[in-house]
Write a protein that binds this ligand. Structure first.
Ligand code: GUE
Length: 362
């Protein structure tokens, strides 16, 4: 559950969003951004987006600013909606042209409430863009063999183009054995060691990039944040976010440092970064004093903290002290409404990409 809250500096971010149309030009920054932001002074702007496989596409991006502070809000909810619209259009085009509908299979083992919620939202997102979703719900006490059998069945099912095994798995299962069983052509999570290994190598490219770090990069690209030659710090080194995020930033020619639980001076190192990606799962760990003025901050943390006033009894905050970051950074992602929705959008995009590749549809 909720890790200790270091300070409560994270009251509801959404209330301070300016209406979407009231965009503010980059001249309004209190600080000179340390990263050049090529945002134009209109709420809807076209920017070039380089996807993880190096191809570029044009996209539309939005600028909102906090009413009482200087940082731009990087609106993941809005960008994820744009991506979903793009995916829906492609899904329809594919169906029309070759009669194929992309399919995503999700395997959920056990009955963790949070996992069930995530799986439900993935299913809903699939439906919304016309991707067919398949689900295998296995009891907590299933054996590894049970899970492997389901993976094998989905691997051999021609209507399934993406397979996702919801993490975390029950403790008695070996995550490595299970993730290795997903065919790399269907590994839309990008967790197969072959996909991760290729991500780490110069001049090689994975079939899929993990959804959350890919979503972070997509936000940077769609908001026109220059990465090449910039200093980036990734806080956290998990297999599913921190490590691949660092690899992606490096592939995009940033100079990358990783700050982790054994780092002696995390604050000092983070303060050198033009781009910060935090993925540790500790509420409000990153204070304003950790952030270089003008830096761009991507907050991956989704941490529940008790809140008796909220209908659910808790609310979600990021790893970053949002209010403090807004005073110092040039742009910040909120929680919720930042990276979270992007993760799901990238999953849909990976599933579409997989179906296109399998059926050689351009
Ligand atoms: N194999 C696998 N792949 C995953 O991609 C994966 C996983 N396992 N296990 C769990 C994590 C977590 N995750 C999230 C997805 C969406 C939101 C999301 O949409 N969050 C909303 C908040 C939703 C709310 O209010 O509860 C937001 O940040 O705005 C969050 C977290 C995917 N994960």
């Amino acid at each position: 559950m909720a890790p200790p809250v270091l300070s409560d500096c994270s009251a509801c971010a959404a209330t301070r969003f300016l209406p979407f149309r009231r965009a503010v030009s980059s001249e309004a920054f209190r600080f000179q951004p340390s990263v050049s932001l090529t945002l134009k002074p209109s709420s809807l702007i076209a920017v070039r987006s380089i996807s993880s496989d190096g191809r570029s596409s044009s996209a539309v991006s939005a600028v909102t600013m906090n009413a009482d502070t200087s940082a731009k809000v990087i609106d993941g909810k809005l960008v994820s909606k744009q991506i979903k619209d793009e995916v829906a259009e492609e899904v329809a085009r594919m169906k029309e042209a070759i009669g194929i509908v992309p399919g995503l299979a999700v395997i959920l083992v056990g009955s963790r409430k949070d996992s069930q919620t995530y799986v439900r939202s993935k299913k809903k997102a699939c439906e919304a863009v016309g991707i067919k979703s398949y689900e295998a719900n296995l009891p907590e006490d299933s054996t590894e063999e049970d899970v492997l059998k389901h993976i094998s069945a989905f691997n051999n099912d021609p209507s399934v183009h993406g397979i996702l095994v919801q993490l975390p798995l029950p403790r008695h299962m070996n995550e490595e054995t299970i993730l290795n069983a997903v065919s790399i052509e269907r590994d839309v999570d990008g967790f197969h060691p072959l996909n991760i290994g290729r991500l780490a190598m110069q001049g090689r490219y994975p079939l899929f990039v993990p959804c959350t770090p890919k979503g972070c990069m997509e936000l940077l690209h769609r908001y026109g944040v220059e990465i090449k030659g910039k200093r980036a710090v990734v806080i956290g080194r998990s297999n599913i976010v921190g490590m691949p995020a660092a690899l992606l930033l490096q592939k995009a020619n940033a100079t990358v440092s990783i700050v982790h639980s054994q780092t002696k001076n995390p604050e000092e190192i983070t303060r050198q970064a033009d781009i910060v990606i935090s993925a540790v799962g500790v509420a409000n760990l990153v204070r304003g004093s950790w952030i270089k003025p003008g830096a761009v901050v991507i907050d991956v943390g989704i941490n529940p903290v008790d809140d008796p006033e909220s209908p659910r009894g808790y609310r979600l905050v990021g790893d970053v002290c949002y209010e403090e970051a807004c005073e110092v950074a040039s742009a910040v992602t909120p929680v919720p409404g930042g990276v979270g929705p992007m993760t799901i959008a990238m999953l849909l995009s990976n599933t579409l990409e997989s179906a296109k590749r399998i059926h050689n549809f351009k």
